[in-house]
Write a protein that binds this ligand. Sequence first.
Ligand SMILES: *[C@@H]1O[C@H](CO)[C@@H](O)[C@H](O)[C@H]1NC(C)=O
Ligand SMILES: *[C@@H]1O[C@H](CO)[C@@H](O)[C@H](O)[C@H]1NC(C)=O
Length: 609
Amino acid sequence: MSRARRQILGTFLGSVLFLLFYLHYHANNDHHPLSQSTSSPIAAAQSDDNQSSNDLPKKESLWKQLPVRYPVLEVQQVPVKSRTFPKLQSTDHEIPKPALQHQMTRQAAVKERFERCWKSHQSHAWAADGLMPLSGLPTNDRGGWGARILESLDTLWIMEMYEEFEAAVTAVTQIDFDVTNAPELNTLDVNIRLLGGLLAAYDLSNDQRLLTKCVELGDMLYAAFDTPNRMPIIHWNSHKASRREEQLAEEKVLAAELGSFTLEFTRLSQITGDSKYFDAAQRVLDLFDRQYGSTKLPGLWSVYVNARAESFDGDEYAIGAMGNSFYKTLPQAYALNGGQMPVNRRMYERFTFAAAGHNLFRPMNPDEEDILLLGTVHAFVTQNGKPRTHLQSQVHYQSCFAGGLFALGGALFGLPAHKRIAHKLVDGCIWAHEAMSQGIMPKVFDAVPCASQLHCPWNEWHWKQEAWKKANSLKIEGISDMNIDTFIKDHHLPKGFIDIPDTISELRPEVIESIFVLYRVTGREDLLDKAWELFESLNNVSATKYGNAAIVDVTFESKAPILSDSIENFWMSETLRYFYLIFGASDQISLDDFVFNAAGHPLRRPRPS
Ligand SMILES: *[C@@H]1O[C@H](CO)[C@@H](O)[C@H](O)[C@H]1NC(C)=O
Ligand SMILES: *[C@@H]1O[C@H](CO)[C@@H](O)[C@H](O)[C@H]1NC(C)=O
């Protein structure tokens, strides 16, 4: 090739590449029909002018006006009356006065922590979605509407921080849900965290300004259900939806994500009198119910499902890591529906039966404590066509929600066996915390299951053997030159743990959530001390100048932990709230008046008729 031809070709290729880049860039930056703000909508609203939004002529939200492409022919009516339930909270325990004082001191310490985090957020990241706990910088990766404010409203009310609550509500009234900086929204996240937060704040305060915002956000989410089979889109491009482009349900989506709209949509229908939200969520739940018998593990739904083809038969069955938000809501939905929807109860009974038979296991531990953990089940079909299951005894922090679930289900449906399972599950997660050098359970670890739940003697040789097998299967570098004792020491494996694939602690809520529910249901008093130890363990290590930070490696033994410059909003809006409530009076958000949604927001149950 001559030099001139090479130059021409080079220029040509360069232009093509530029054009491709240009097209790609624009394809990935959908522009909103109205506007797409890069800064936060709250900040934008504040800087526009200083008129209060109430004085402005009321503009109808984009989502309310949007025509429905696939309308519903018959809307199922939301139940608004409740049948009489047995009392869920234990009434036969009275904490003596001096002990009560002690718990109030603890509660005050939790509140102080929350206040500290809130003040930092207020001064460094007010209208932002979150605040980085080491650098003090704002983050905006959740739609840009000020997620932390939305998620904290109910906590502010519960902790009686009414001035802060009022400031937060004022900020919330200025949010414009028609505008987002996110190319894609996760509708599950928006639903359980943001709509759940708004609904809970409304239920507690009765503030009509919040009701308006609930409807605006609910109408936006409702547009994600406008698909041919009315299954919602989870990874949702709201810009396309607002342009009325054709939308289809996804072919690969987490079952938990698909099924987690029930509580919020039911409550929204109850408080607005418009059943369309309830109807939309109930269609999804009915589809889950119809899948019974057609999955490899009847009663459970595979982790990933095809929402477009309505096929739920995968190979992996977990109710922990990637399934908790859905399973957790079934007994709550039954209570919120006033016991009028038997489908919720049926699904709860079927899945707990399957989970108890396949996912629960008793981990071998040095004190031979009679405890349970929740693992993942892989289901497959053998060559001669027989269905088989294999238990993976790997425990994810999220799976610790199960103790609270069995406790609540046991109380709601009068199943003493479920309460017994709940005690063992809660004790299992407490064991996993206490076994660690800092008292902090890692995000993921592997344990040794005993063959029988009845008899589980400690066998040190067997434990080491299993750890060694695991290390070899993972092909850990230098393993051939090591002996097992060195390996265990180097990897800080406590007795009973054979691997810690993820050493982080995100300060997640599931363990304290389950301790809280079990305490309220049974009144078991040692749980208060366990909760306090847990709070101190987490807070002592994770506190920073701007709040609290995720702990990168909880296996450390030296004095200086490594912290991450990030913290999820659930630390403030779930973990701290459950700590606060457990040390308070039992009528503070009673389980007989409220259900907790998957993000820990309390929604008011209807009264018995
Ligand atoms: C904002 O409020 C101040 C004081 O009430 C007033 O003087 C000013 O004109 C207002 N600005 C706008 C843009 O409305
Ligand atoms: C946490 O710190 C407090 C105050 O320094 C101390 O009294 C307590 O023992 C610590 N708790 C844990 C579990 O580390």
